[in-house]
Design a protein around this ligand. Structure first.
Ligand SMILES: Cc1cc2nc3c(=O)[nH]c(=O)nc-3n(C[C@H](O)[C@H](O)[C@H](O)COP(=O)(O)OP(=O)(O)OC[C@H]3O[C@@H](n4cnc5c(N)ncnc54)[C@H](O)[C@@H]3O)c2cc1C
Length: 356
């Protein structure tokens, strides 16, 4: 079968951080059949394959990718009534924030706090995208996937996806095994927005007359605009005029550690720290720490620069490209990791995917 195939395509302009060399081969696939044909081609030619969505959580090596990059560009959004719920089936190549916007316009609640996250629908289950009190796992019904080895399509129910904090089976034990082709969400018709996250709650309580707004579109739009304004302040919205948004979002995850390790760390901080408490949140039987707090208290500040990379002036977990290279970004990431480990004995885990 014919499928679109290009050679030597620069990857940097296709990523939000603007880094990486060229892909040896690149295929923008608007149908699942094209994806299959691309995979068959790569098998015949013995090429490595990298699946690619919106390029907002991936950093390619400066040398580029010696193989085939398959951009998932399958489009389409379908709505199915289910009583007071709506089942929304979105193809993997739809822009995530477009889907959020369309759903809000229809008064559908459940993903409004995920407004403004860059990337495509197919990327959202990979790391169980989340922000401001919502995660996609809360509303995903099922994920349609293509198994790379067999080229067979499968449907994985929510419970089969292994969702957890910024992770899923697609990012852990089955990393690279499946290609997401469609995601189905169950959203509440004329629903109330989720106002759970402290920062959102505070603004809503002081500045947004939510109680006077009707359920559905009006109140969902109000929360969307609060979330978008918070994200803009932190440069967590892609804006070509904001150099602090030239990133992959948060580079590191919030560490989840054992109680025992937390006690040791807190004792150590009492001796060497500035008298402040270590912010900690319960996470099942463990403790979740703030990676941003760890970075800031390791001696690195927002706006720090090293070579052609830096820490965003508006977010201490975002490493930004300041006209440098992937090598610069990774060198800064290593420095941050070493500083945090040196001071707290905690190893930061990277959220972003580094390819090559
Ligand atoms: C400014 C900014 C803010 C961000 N804020 C948040 C946030 O608040 N919360 C959050 O969770 N994330 C956030 N992110 C990270 C990122 O936007 C999400 O992880 C997003 O879902 C990635 O989707 P993508 O299409 O860009 O994936 P890509 O970056 O193209 O790919 C990321 C990984 O997913 C895989 N992948 C992508 N599509 C598919 C598919 N269809 N099938 C199989 N594998 C696939 C790729 O192979 C790669 O390993 C932010 C990023 C930026 C730049």
């Amino acid at each position: 079968m014919q499928f679109p195939l290009q050679k030597s395509i620069p990857l940097a302009p296709l990523t939000t951080i603007g880094l990486g060399g060229a892909a040896e081969f690149f295929s923008e696939c608007e149908t699942v059949e094209h994806v299959c044909a691309g995979l068959e081609f790569s098998k015949r030619e013995r090429l490595s394959v990298q699946i690619f969505g919106g390029g907002s959580n991936v950093i390619f090596s400066d040398a580029g990718f010696p193989g085939l990059v398959v951009k998932i560009a399958v489009r389409g959004i379908h709505f199915e009534h289910d009583g007071e719920w709506m089942i929304v089936r979105a193809a993997a190549g739809e822009v995530w924030d477009h889907l959020v916007h369309v759903c809000i316009e229809k008064g559908l609640a459940g993903i409004e706090c995920l407004s403004g996250i860059p990337g495509l629908v197919g990327g959202t289950p990979i790391q169980n995208v989340g922000a401001y009190g919502q995660e996609v796992k809360d509303t995903i019904v099922e994920v349609r996937v293509l198994e790379r080895e067999t080229l067979r399509e499968k449907i994985l129910k929510n419970a089969e996806c292994g969702f957890s904090y910024r992770a899923s089976r697609f990012k852990t034990q089955d990393s690279g095994k499946f290609i997401v082709t469609e995601v189905s969400f169950r959203l509440k018709k004329e629903g109330r927005p989720t106002v759970r996250y402290p920062e959102v709650k505070k603004i809503v309580e002081t500045a947004v007359p939510l109680s006077s707004l009707a359920d559905g579109r009006a109140s969902l739009e109000a929360v969307r605009s609060v979330v978008l304004s918070l994200r803009k302040k932190k440069s967590m919205l892609i804006d070509p005029n904001d150099p602090n948004s030239k990133s992959v979002g948060s580079f590191f995850l919030n560490p989840v550690i054992e109680q025992k390790q937390f006690s040791i760390m807190s004792e150590r901080w009492k001796k060497i720290g500035d008298g402040s408490e270590v912010p900690a949140f319960p996470s099942e039987d463990k403790v979740k720490l703030s990676a941003a707090w760890l970075v800031e208290h390791s001696g690195l500040t927002k706006g720090y620069r090293k070579g052609g990379a830096g820490i965003s002036s508006n977010h201490s977990l975002a490493i930004i490209n300041c006209g440098g290279t992937t090598r610069d970004v990774l060198a800064l990431a290593s420095e941050i990791e070493e500083r945090v480990f040196g001071k707290f004995g905690i190893r930061l885990v990277r959220e972003a995917v580094v390819v090559g």
